[in-house]
Ligand binder design. Structure first.
Ligand code: ZN
Length: 400
């Protein structure tokens, strides 16, 4: 089972909702994120009156969303130990699916961030939505079969552009058959809970940002794998979708000076077509070659593979330097399996960014690899799912 750090949950921004739902949501998220563990902590964290906090906590306890921790850690110092609160396992859980090109991480997480079940299944995203979602649904049904409580929310990430409002992929280049397929609608009927469809790199960006201190945002996540994608996290720690959800989709930015290769999107010279791990695989002398071959050769210091990775890093570095100027992130995270196999990619991108970007943009910039690795997507989906289940608009339904 993957081990995820405790993830920060943001307070609700849904200020238009009625006050009591916002209060319940705020307190539940503070407890679910580990930022508070008792009524006293909640009073300090919110600045609200003791009786206000106390009444709301009683409501959450009565609704079985919270419970008293039966095995609290030993008290520090003298005095009566405070009653420790935690999210109740009976309060339900969140279903998580992180789909890549060739496989999916599936997990069930409770509202207190405890990972209850996890599996990885092989499935080809290019087979189309029906066979892939059949596998996702069957595996998740099996994972949650013996778990208490209902599903409160589901989050699914896919490797392509997504209309998050409609819950549908939009002309995803490596996902034939998925355009306008009602992914969220189908899963909502299956699991009878709200479903959020997201781009996979957006989920990684969110997971990474919420596992780090708040001062590491704004954060730009760049994934170099089969394709190249990006995800943007605002200074407040929220996903930046843009007007239509395509913000951060950087794979089809055109680069000069690269090889003249046609991209899956139909254009020529996209960064994804010339510098992704699959582009590097296509340029290895021994063909056919896969991304796994690139990883293995680069890890062993094969001179041709290392040269190709360095060339790709230079092109990616140009794009990242431009984005650093535009967005002034506190942190740029380079993800994808190639970064684990070889230091060349990160080193090459770093060299170009620090050379090209101006001092104010790079003075405090942290440019590094992902701390969560292949589980960053699960982490981001966990954040979105729990925040949804504990949102002002949903929390009263979660009380029983
Ligand atoms: Zn393209």
């Amino acid at each position: 089972m993957p081990v995820l750090p405790l993830l920060r949950l943001n307070p609700p921004t849904d200020a238009a909702r009625n006050g009591s739902a916002v209060l319940l949501s705020t307190l539940a998220r503070l407890l679910a994120s580990g930022a508070a563990a008792s009524k006293a902590d909640l009073v300090i964290a919110t600045g609200l009156a003791r009786t206000t906090v106390s009444n709301a906590v009683d409501q959450l306890l009565a609704g079985h969303l919270l419970e008293l921790d039966a095995n609290p850690p030993p008290p520090v110092g003298r005095g009566r130990p405070a009653e420790r609160l935690r999210l109740s396992p009976g309060g339900g859980h969140v279903l998580v699916a992180d789909l890549g090109a060739h496989g999916a991480h599936l997990a069930v997480v409770d509202l207190g961030q405890r990972l209850l079940a996890h599996t990885h299944v092989d499935c080809e995203i290019a087979d189309g939505p029906d066979p892939v979602l059949d596998v996702v649904e069957a595996s998740l049904r099996k994972l949650r079969a013996r778990l208490p409580g209902p599903a409160r929310a589901m989050v699914i990430g896919v490797p392509g552009p997504v209309d998050t409002r409609q819950g549908m992929p939009v002309r995803p280049p490596i996902m034939p058959g998925w355009h306008a397929y009602p992914v969220s609608g189908r899963l909502r009927r299956e699991f009878e809970c709200p479903v959020m469809l997201e781009n996979d790199v957006n989920l990684r960006a969110l997971g990474e940002a919420r596992s780090l201190p708040a001062d590491q945002a704004p954060l730009l996540f760049v994934k170099v794998g089969t394709g190249i994608g990006g995800g943007l996290i605002t200074r407040a720690g929220e996903l930046h979708h843009g007007a239509d959800g395509s913000a951060g989709d950087i794979g089809h930015i055109r680069v000069r000076g690269g090889p003249d290769i046609r991209c899956v999107c139909g254009n020529v010279g996209c960064i994804e077509a010339v510098a992704s791990a699959s582009a590097i695989a296509g340029r290895l002398p021994a063909q056919p070659a896969t991304i796994a071959d690139v990883r293995a050769l680069a890890a062993h210091g094969d001179p041709v593979a290392v040269r190709l990775v360095r060339e790709a890093a230079e092109l990616i570095g140009e794009v990242v330097a431009t984005l650093v100027h535009f967005y002034n992130p506190a942190r740029v995270t380079i993800g994808g399996s190639l970064t684990a196999a070889s230091d060349e990619l990160l080193a090459g991108i770093r060299a170009v960014v620090y050379e090209r970007a101006l001092p104010l943009a790079t003075r405090n910039l942290v440019l590094t690899t992902s701390t969560l690795g292949e589980y960053a997507g699960l982490a981001g989906a966990t954040v979105l799912g729990i925040e949804r289940a504990l949102s002002p608009s949903r929390i009263k339904r979660t009380l029983t």
